[in-house]
Ligand binder design. Structure first.
Ligand code: F6P
Length: 541
């Protein structure tokens, strides 16, 4: 593999792949040559530092890394998450053809279908008012209590699909900071509120603490006997949910082969289903499934996850770009960068290979972003003129849902395309100077100012275009990014499906709690931690 990385490095330099202006000038069909599509989802990667030689090498990189074989092992239910001895089968949750998927010789599809049907019935019961609160009133507000994958997926998708909402209002509480639940509960009435406690393990301290606070909110207002009608749970730990006291008819399970950050397709999607209905949730699953089939069958140059993943690995490991910015020109994707942060960084933020050796080169990049056009007035300055090269990923719909605001959508498109064009083209010193003198500035002043108005250009970007942000389009987009993370993980030779780094933080926080509560001395902790504990304790009084 290192040999191909080295070859990519030398080919990129020898073919001046990074000179994008020259590449577009030399090939007027560059867009056609370096773009691919799945139905209406277009991926334009022509503004990346690639050429035919590099694409051939990236194809070779995927083959040498064994991307196709490992992909097939994942879909076949092999225990590819070997540090936890688990299969990785979020794809089974959206397996709309219902072909058997075997885990240790047992087809998981009947269970998947049964839980999907049960969540559908429950969601419809809440939406239609058939399932009421303890005082006989319909549910108007649903509060999802979860964190990480048990929050980001439902929260991001619910926001993204706002035009499809025709159910109760949705709220999301994740942070253990009491401010989060207090502010959320303030405008709500216990009588008309349903809490969904979402936790794969049902041990996560943030979620358990917030769930207890919510329980008190209901019990204090409506009495202990009312709790059952105001709670539901989603978890793999059914025994722990029972201990919490949630009626088994309102508990929806999933399985250890669904990673938290891949769980939106499971019963964790219940809040989304309550918001948009069972049928639209089905379209969301259909979109994910369409991307799965594409990933499994399309040849490299047409395969969006393979292209996105191999170009991402090329950016990270060959060109040494340390971060990537996700820039949706779609306000409703406001939480998509945060969602991808967990998906990508929790999956590929690793430094040990599958053989237990240190990763040579780099693993996953820092992922960040904000919707355009807001980001333009915040951090784009650095993307255009800063000293770091930041590959950007733009996302834009051909149509918004606000047909009466068509002009605003045109402005959005113009901004999106202008950014990627400017990043690619830049502005030379001569162009900057010519612009200044044309505006009436004298030569000496133009010479002085022009360097500040130079943009190096050659800054890579990928643009995704889709017709409209429907449930189907969103499902397809999320699955695309899931598979991109998979492809990159295979190339980095890491296990993308565990998260021991996060587990460490959980352990340490649990150990520190009695110290912060003042029940245990800070002995054994470093002087900084002990000093901070002492300061906070003295000020809390
Ligand atoms: O952040 C670590 C993590 O384990 C995530 O993978 C998971 O999505 C999150 O915690 C929440 O865990 P749970 O669903 O078990 O409460």
């Amino acid at each position: 593999m290192q040999a191909i990385i080295d070859k990519l490095t030398s080919t990129a330099a020898a073919t001046r792949a990074e000179d994008l202006r020259a590449a577009f000038a030399a090939d007027t069909h560059r867009f056609t040559h370096f773009s691919a599509a799945l139905d209406d989802l277009l991926m334009d990667y022509s503004k990346c530092a690639v050429n035919e030689e590099i694409m051939t090498l990236l194809d070779e990189l995927c083959s040498t890394a064994g991307v196709a074989e490992k992909r097939d092992a994942m879909f076949a239910g092999k225990a590819i998450n070997f540090t936890e001895g688990r299969a990785v089968l979020h794809t089974a949750l959206r397996n709309r053809t219902n072909t058997p998927v075997l885990v240790e010789g047992r087809d998981v599809m009947p269970d998947v279908n049964a839980v999907l049907a049960a969540t559908g019935r429950f969601a419809e019961g809440i939406r239609t008012g058939k399932l009421k609160g303890a005082t006989g009133k319909s549910i108007t507000d649903v509060v999802n209590i979860g964190i990480g994958g048990s929050d980001l997926g439902p929260a991001m998708t619910t926001l993204a699909l706002a035009p499809f909402h025709d159910g109760p209002r949705l709220h999301f509480v994740s942070n253990v900071d009491g401010a989060h639940i207090a502010d959320t509960l303030k405008p709500l009435s216990a009588e008309t509120t349903l809490f969904v406690v979402a936790s794969k393990t049902f041990t996560t301290i943030e979620t358990m603490t917030n769930a207890q606070t919510a329980r008190r909110f209901v019990a204090d207002t409506l009495g202990e006997g009312a709790v059952g009608k105001h709670f539901a749970a989603v978890s793999t730990a059914l025994d722990k949910v029972a201990a919490f006291g949630i009626d088994s008819e309102r508990v929806f399970g999933f399985w250890d082969w669904v990673g938290g950050r891949y769980s939106i397709w499971s019963a964790i999607g219940l809040p989304l289903m309550i918001a948009i209905g069972e049928q639209n949730f089905g379209r969301f699953l259909d979109g994910g499934h369409a991307m799965d089939q594409h990933f499994r069958s399309a040849p490299f140059r047409k395969n969006l996850p393979m292209l996105l993943g191999s170009i991402g690995a090329y950016h990270r490991n060959v060109l040494n770009y340390q971060t990537r910015a996700i820039l949706p020109y779609d306000q409703r994707l406001v939480r998509f960068p945060a969602y991808l942060q967990q998906l990508d960084m929790e999956s590929n933020g690793k430094s040990v290979t599958v053989d237990g050796k240190p990763v040579s080169g780099s693993s996953g990049p820092v992922v960040w972003g904000e919707p355009g056009t807001n980001g333009q007035h915040a951090f784009y300055q650095l993307i255009h003129q800063g000293t770091s090269i930041i590959p950007t990923e733009f996302l834009i719909a051909a149509r918004g849902f606000e047909s009466h605001l068509r002009h605003q959508h045109e402005l959005l498109i113009a901004n999106c395309l202008a950014q990627s064009e400017a990043l690619m083209k830049g502005r030379t010193l001569a162009e900057a100077k010519a612009q200044l003198t044309a505006s009436g500035m004298d030569e000496a002043q133009a010479d002085f100012i022009a360097p500040h108005r130079v943009f190096s250009g050659n800054r890579p970007s990928i643009t995704f275009v889709y017709d409209q942000l429907t449930p189907y389009a969103l499902g397809r987009l999320i699955a695309l990014y899931e598979h991109r993370v998979f492809v990159e993980g295979v190339i980095f030779r890491i296990n993308s499906f565990d998260q021991w780094g996060v587990e460490l933080g959980k352990e340490l926080a649990t150990g520190l709690l009695p110290v912060v509560e003042g029940k245990l001395a800070a002995t054994g902790h470093d002087s900084s931690t002990a000093g901070l504990v002492a300061t906070l304790l003295s000020r809390a009084k």
